[in-house]
Design a protein around this ligand. Structure first.
Ligand code: URP
Ligand code: ZN
Ligand code: ZN
Length: 469
């Protein structure tokens, strides 16, 4: 691999903003300087007029994953390629324990699938079946595989739900061992009751997905999870926050100095429940959990990002095609054509996170450029044990770099993206800010619209301690 020089870009980190050259050698940043002299064998990339930012880190994806009766349609190869085109160079994807099996087996299975990734990948482990052996196996994953975060669901009793007592035990273990417990915080028992009632009344339309998951169920579960984490004296991370009630609880706890961290996702920042009023089966595209909310929730989330009550923007990329034509029924929302209760939960987004947040956040004056990098790269790297290898531009860090044109306007179109999914939540939306080149450990993998990366070109990332910023 030849050395490369990225010349005269405007370097943006979570704290800095200056123009300089970056010399990359052996996949890492070797030197940052005003006018670095290099030999003729160094590959030069002119970045004048462009922003140079650390590769994005998306800490919430579900690639090649079984989710209920359906499977997500992006493989590690296609999902990671889509991520790269969107300026993301590291994914932390969800591996999952199967009922009656060890999470160690779940990780082995995930590792095989993840071998196809074209960008670097790490794993969180979803725990769905808890006993004393599970705790022992979680500690093994921590020590042997560098899995330093675990996700527990407070929904879907009998299938995914970890009860409050189990959550307390898991939190104690993660807190004592430098790991971070993550929760999907909605009240699953209440939601299942509301779903049963709606179905019994003959309601099938996708809008009932939202009507049976009111924001108060998210607020209540978030409050409960926080109180359990306080009892366990452990840090806690709330995934995909959508409701202002949840954010209020997070803010209240953080103001008391409790180590609560949280993410939200672009769909909650740009879309509202109005999408569920679309005709026919169209609203199925927006069936994800938690559901889209009213405008007031969206406004609160943007304030939370600015005020540091939310620390991460991830995507929860959990893609199912809208129609079955592209890849078959199993990969499609059509599985739930007859009832909202059977529509696969999840939506795509890995490719559009960075441009959307740049455009709607920096472009609209809601967050600064430095905050943009903090939310999409540095914060995720620090919280999940990847910093300073990932998440910043510094001597010694991996040369995961994005050359970004902050002025270019373009329109999001599913037909032009690289994911296998057949729709975009943001179809037709104009954004300002476009990825021009992406380097993964010094290798140019995206050059304009050209894909230069390769299946299997990503590395598995064992992580250090998680749970502090
Ligand atoms: O609807 C969603 N979010 N699907 C993905 C699984 C999860 O809960 O994160
Ligand atoms: Zn979830
Ligand atoms: Zn998810």
């Amino acid at each position: 691999m030849s050395d490369i020089l990225i010349r005269q870009g405007r370097i943006i980190t979570a704290s800095d903003d200056y123009t300089a050259d970056i010399l990359v050698s052996g996949g890492r940043i070797r030197m940052i300087g005003e006018a670095i002299d290099v030999g003729a064998d160094t590959e030069i990339h002119d970045a004048s007029g462009l922003l140079v930012m650390p590769g994005g880190i998306d800490v919430h994806t579900h690639l090649e994953a079984a989710v209920g009766a359906a499977n997500t349609v992006d493989t590690f190869e296609t999902g990671s390629m889509a991520a790269a085109f969107g300026g993301t160079t590291t994914l932390i994807d969800y591996a999952k324990q199967d009922k009656g099996a060890s999470p160690i087996a779940g990780f082995a299975d995930w590792r095989q699938r993840a071998a196809g990734a074209a960008i670097d990948v790490a794993a969180h482990m979803i725990i769905v079946d808890f006993n004393e052996q599970t705790l022992i196996d979680m500690k093994s994953l921590l020590a042997d595989e560098g899995i330093t975060s675990f996700k527990m669901f407070m929904v879907r009793p009998g299938e995914l739900l970890i009860d409050d007592g189990q959550l307390l035990k898991i939190l104690r273990m993660t807190g004592d061992n430098g790991a971070l417990s993550c929760v999907h915080a909605e009240n699953g028992l209440i939601i299942d009751t509301l779903v049963e009632e709606a179905v019994a009344e003959g309601h099938n339309d996708p809008i009932y997905h939202a009507l049976t998951r009111p924001s108060s169920t998210e607020g209540e579960a978030t409050h409960r999870a926080i109180r359990i984490a306080e009892l366990a004296e452990a840090p806690l991370y709330i995934v995909h926050v959508s409701a202002s009630e949840a954010l209020d609880n997070i803010t209240e706890a953080r103001d008391r100095g409790v180590p609560i961290f949280a993410e939200t996702c672009p769909h909650y920042l740009f879309l509202t429940e109005a999408e569920y009023d679309k005709p026919g089966f169209e609203p199925a595209k927006y069936v994800m959990s938690p559901p889209l909310r009213a405008q007031s929730h969206q406004d609160a989330l943007w304030r939370g990002l600015a005020s540091d009550d939310l620390q991460v923007v991830s995507t929860d990329h959990c893609p199912f095609c809208f129609t079955e034509h592209a890849h078959g029924l199993k990969y499609s929302k059509e599985v739930g054509r007859d009832s909202f209760a059977r529509i696969p939960n999840g939506a795509p987004g890995v490719e559009t996170r960075m441009p959307l947040i740049f455009s709607g956040g920096v472009g609209q004056g809601r967050i600064s450029l430095n905050r943009f990098v903090q939310l999409t790269a540095t914060g995720p790297a620090k919280l999940f044990g990847l910093f300073p290898k990932k998440g910043t531009i510094a001597v010694g860090s991996d040369a995961d770099l994005v050359l970004f044109d902050g002025q270019e306007s373009w329109t999001i179109r599913a037909a032009e993206h690289h994911s296998r999914v057949d729709y975009s939540l943001f179809e037709g939306r104009e954004v300002t800010g476009r990825v021009k080149k992406v380097f993964l450990r010094g290798e140019l993998i995206v050059d304009g619209q050209s894909w230069l990366g390769q299946k299997g070109g990503g590395e598995y990332l064992p992580r250090g301690a998680s749970g502090s910023l």
